[in-house]
Design a protein around this ligand. Structure first.
Ligand code: HEC
Length: 236
C-alpha cells in the first residue's frame, strides 16, 4: 500500500499546527502594537534608543551579559521583581516593539536590567558603571551571616585602555574613580574604550516609560498573603 499521501498529510498538519500556534497567533496578538502618544510629555512611547545606546546593545550581546541578566520585569503575583525595585510595573509586549532582538534572558544570576537606567542615572550612574565594570567584587558586596562576599560578576577591564599621556591628559580619563591599587603607572591614564562608552550609554538608556494609558488597569496591588489557616483550608 502506498502510504506517501498519509505521511505527507501528517507532516503538513504538524507544520501547519505549529505555525498557527507559534507564528500566527502571536502575529495576530502583537504585530499591530503601536507606540502610545503621551500628551503631557509630547512624545510617543516606547522611545527608540539613541544611536550610541544602539551600538551599546550590540556590545551587550557580544559580551554575553544576557547569560546572567534578564530584561523582563515580572508582574506582581509572578515574583518579587517590583518589591526588589527592578521596575514600577511588569513588562508588557509594547515595551519591546522597537527592538529587532530582545534580550529577555533566561537566567537571573544578577538583577534584572530592564530599568537599570532608572536606578543608575546621569553622571553618578556612569561613574558607578565604570567602577563596577572595573571591579565588581569591590563595588558590590553582600554580607551573609557576618561574612562579606564580593560580586561574582566578572570584571570587564578590556573595556578600558591604559595609555601614556601624550601632551594634555584626557578630559575623559577615569582613574580618579578607581581605588589606589588600580591606579595606572606614572605618566599614564585610564580611559574607556568606545565599546565601553557605548555599553554604558545603553545601560543608562534602559528604562521603560511609567505606564501606557490603556494598561493602567494592569497595575494592581499584590494580594495580601492569606493567613496560614486559610492556606490550610485551601489545601484541603
Ligand atoms: C556571571 C554572571 C554575570 C555576567 C556574565 C554579567 N553579570 Fe552583571 N551582575 C551579575 C551579578 C551576580 C550582579 C549583582 C552583584 C553586582 O552588583 O555586581 C550583577 C550586577 C550588575 C549590574 C548592577 C545592577 C543593579 O541593579 O544593581 C549591572 C548594571 C550589570 N550587572 C551589568 C552587566 C553587563 C552590562 C554585563 C555584560 C557586559 C554583565 N553584567 C555580565 C552577574 C553577571
Amino acid at each position: 500500500m502506498n502510504r506517501a499521501p498519509l505521511i505527507f498529510l501528517g507532516i503538513f498538519f504538524c507544520v501547519a499546527f505549529s505555525w498557527t500556534g507559534i507564528v500566527l497567533t502571536n502575529h495576530l496578538g502583537y504585530a499591530k502594537l503601536q507606540p502610545v502618544f503621551d500628551e503631557t510629555e509630547g512624545k510617543a512611547f516606547p522611545q527608540q534608543l539613541p544611536g550610541n545606546a544602539q551600538r551599546g546593545k550590540e556590545v551587550y550581546r557580544d559580551l554575553g551579559c544576557v547569560y546572567c541578566h534578564t530584561q523582563q520585569v515580572r508582574h506582581p503575583g509572578y515574583g518579587t521583581d517590583i518589591e526588589r525595585g527592578w521596575g514600577e510595573r511588569g513588562s508588557v509586549a509594547r515595551d519591546y516593539i522597537h527592538e529587532k532582538r530582545v534580550y529577555l534572558g533566561t537566567m537571573r544570576t544578577g538583577p534584572d536590567l530592564r530599568n537599570v537606567g532608572a536606578r543608575f542615572a546621569g553622571e553618578g550612574g556612569r561613574n558607578w558603571h565604570i567602577q563596577h565594570f572595573y571591579n565588581p567584587a569591590e563595588v558590590s558586596k553582600i554580607t551573609v551571616d557576618g561574612v562579606e562576599y564580593g560580586s561574582i560578576m566578572p570584571p570587564y577591564r578590556f573595556l578600558f585602555e591604559t595609555r601614556p599621556v601624550i601632551g594634555e591628559p584626557s578630559a575623559h580619563s577615569v582613574q580618579h574613580l578607581l581605588p589606589p591599587k588600580d591606579q595606572p603607572p606614572a605618566g599614564h591614564e585610564i580611559v574607556l574604550t568606545q565599546r565601553g562608552e557605548d555599553l554604558i550609554a545603553y545601560l543608562l538608556a534602559l528604562k521603560d516609560p511609567a505606564l501606557y494609558p490603556e494598561e493602567a488597569k494592569r497595575v494592581y496591588v499584590p494580594k495580601a498573603e492569606p493567613a496560614k489557616e486559610e492556606k490550610k483550608e485551601a489545601a484541603k
